[in-house]
Design a protein around this ligand. Structure first.
Ligand SMILES: [Zn+2]
Length: 128
């Protein structure tokens, strides 16, 4: 016990050491990184929020992705009663976001042409 020196005699006085970074110095950024809730960045949003597109297009894509556009099925979910009919085709089907963006004949044709252009085979695929 007599040969053991307290660390402060060997290494100087104690100093505060910030544990949130490897340098031990307090930085606002490291405090922010410590406090904020880190969640995995969704790849889907990276594809939707494209800097090369106008904001209104990005915003519309985001609204479609979140199913926040005023299609009849969404209005129905909000307890707004309407008689639903799709105006994009002759089938007189109920207007749903899936029908408008994926399954309506004109849209299915657009998907096929776009996929063909991108050399993607979507035959037999179920788009959602
Ligand atoms: Zn339709």
């Amino acid at each position: 016990m007599e040969n053991i020196s307290p660390p402060s005699l060997l290494f100087g006085n104690d100093v505060a050491w910030w544990m949130a970074n490897s340098q031990g110095r307090f930085k606002v950024k490291s405090a922010w990184d410590l406090m904020r809730s880190k969640h995995e960045q969704k790849r889907d949003y990276d594809l939707i929020w494209n800097r090369g597109l106008p904001f209104k297009i990005n915003f519309f894509l985001w609204r479609v992705w979140k199913r926040r556009i005023s299609t009849d099925d969404n209005l129905e979910r909000m307890k707004i009663n309407i008689v639903s009919r799709c105006w994009c085709c002759d089938k007189k089907k109920k207007e749903t976001i899936t029908h408008l963006f994926l399954t309506a004949p004109i849209v299915a044709k657009l998907w096929r042409v776009s996929a063909n252009f991108a050399a993607i085979n979507i035959e037999g695929m179920h788009l959602q």
